[in-house]
Write a protein that binds this ligand. Structure first.
Ligand code: KIV
Length: 267
């Protein structure tokens, strides 16, 4: 199957049992590189607040910041399916406020869809967005915008009651019209159960092997942060050491007058 280009391709991928690859992205250069690969879709996550801006959680991220980053990523990857995360409090106040915020995102960024965190409480929001022709991605399990309520970045849905609630929430989001569901930090067996119960695909992060696709934060998978090594993460590169050694070499060559060389100068 060629790269995903619209929301129907996600269901097609699931029906063909073809796993979906998703990665987060926040900037133009990375977006350009992603566009040169076969990665199916990009999420401009509100993880931008932690991975890019250095906040300790995603709560401070604003709608304006999201619009800024989504628009930049769209410029770097004009043809990749692009999902814009809705930041904290941009879809909580009222349906009217949510529609205005999402309308702004869609108009100003060229995103194909939006993503929001939460279950049954957000069913009316999902329904209103879908009615307004804005495709919606759901997000269950660890929902980082609820960090103060959850009390930590831990695996969700381990006890029977929470497990039952997550299964019901997943079904409700699908019925409300979400076309895709992110499952974050969920036991593998529960994610597998949700995946087989839904007709829409699930995308896992820390949710095991049986989701319909996987997503990782780009700075995590590229190994930018030496100290971030959660169990669910696989680092596909060690950019921290690559960048650090390049910068150290550059410094050394400047102070030793090795750089610039003759080939770098104008005559
Ligand atoms: O904000 C984000 O990057 C996310 C992914 C981790 C799914 O929500």
């Amino acid at each position: 199957m060629p790269r995903i280009t619209n929301i129907n391709d996600f269901k097609k991928a699931k029906s063909e049992k073809r796993p979906i690859s998703m990665v987060t992205c926040y900037d133009y250069q990375m977006a350009r590189i992603i566009a040169e690969t076969e990665i199916d879709c990009i999420l401009v996550g509100d993880s931008v607040g932690m991975a890019f801006a250095g906040y300790s959680n995603t709560i401070p991220v604003t709608l304006e910041q999201m619009i800024y980053h989504v628009e930049i990523v769209r410029r770097g990857a004009p043809n990749v399916f692009l999902i814009a995360d809705l930041p904290f409090m941009s879809y909580h106040v009222s349906i009217e406020d949510t529609l205005r915020n999402c309308g702004n995102i869609m108009k100003k960024t060229g995103a194909n869809a939006v993503k929001l965190e939460g279950g049954r409480d957000f069913v009316p929001v999902v329904e209103a967005l879908v009615k307004a022709s804005i495709p919606v991605v759901g997000h269950l399990g660890l929902t980082p915008q609820s960090i103060h309520k959850l009390g930590g970045y831990t695996v969700q849905g381990r006890d029977e009651q929470k497990r039952k609630v997550m299964i019901e929430d997943a079904k409700m989001l699908e019925e409300a019209g979400a076309f895709l569901l992110v499952l974050e930090m969920v036991p593998e067996q529960l994610a597998a159960e949700i995946t087989s119960m839904l007709t829409i695909p699930t995308i896992g992060i820390g949710a095991g092997r049986y989701c319909d696709g996987q997503v990782l934060v780009i700075t995590d998978l590229l190994g930018m942060d030496e100290s971030f090594n959660p169990k669910f993460l696989k680092k596909y590169a060690n950019l921290h050491s690559v960048v650090k050694s390049a910068l150290s070499q550059y410094h050394h060559e400047v102070v030793s007058r090795i750089f610039p060389e003759e080939k770098n100068v104008f005559k």
